[in-house]
Ligand binder design. Structure first.
Ligand code: HEC
Length: 109
């Protein structure tokens, strides 16, 4: 058996194990936490109040909005609402990640 033919025989095995490792790492990263999404996508406006955005953890800003119900908040965050851009510009955020980010912003109010 030549070295070349041995290489040929083990090659497919090497490829399979690499493909398996990539799949595993993608699954391990999972959905982002509300805090991660907030810091990456929402902070620019909701951390500072830019453009009149309700600030994280500010009961005066959030009170009347929370009264609309969480469903409405989620709908406005996903679809956009006045100066609030759809998904807060996080185009690749899932609905659950957006929901987690809202919960992070109003946590403790
Ligand atoms: C470019 C600035 C900007 C970014 C980025 C942004 N927002 Fe907003 N958001 C706003 C503004 C401005 C409002 C207030 C809109 C209004 O009441 O007219 C708002 C309002 C909201 C509301 C309240 C909607 C309601 O019904 O009162 C939620 C919930 C919200 N944003 C979630 C998010 C989430 C989650 C993110 C990040 C994934 C995000 N926003 C990113 C500007 C932003």
């Amino acid at each position: 058996m030549s070295a070349a033919s041995i290489k040929d025989r083990i090659k497919p095995l090497g490829q399979i194990s690499v493909a398996g490792a990539v799949e595993e790492s993608a699954a391990a990263s999972g959905p982002r936490s509300g805090e991660d999404v907030f810091k990456a996508s929402c902070f620019a406006c909701h951390g500072t109040g830019a453009m009149g955005a309700p600030k994280k953890g500010n009961a005066d800003d959030w009170g009347p909005r929370i009264e609309q119900g969480e469903e409405t908040l989620i709908k406005h965050a996903i679809g956009g609402f006045n100066a609030m851009p759809p998904r807060g510009t996080c185009a690749d955020c899932s609905d659950d990640e957006i929901k987690a980010a809202i919960e992070y912003m109003i946590d403790g109010l």
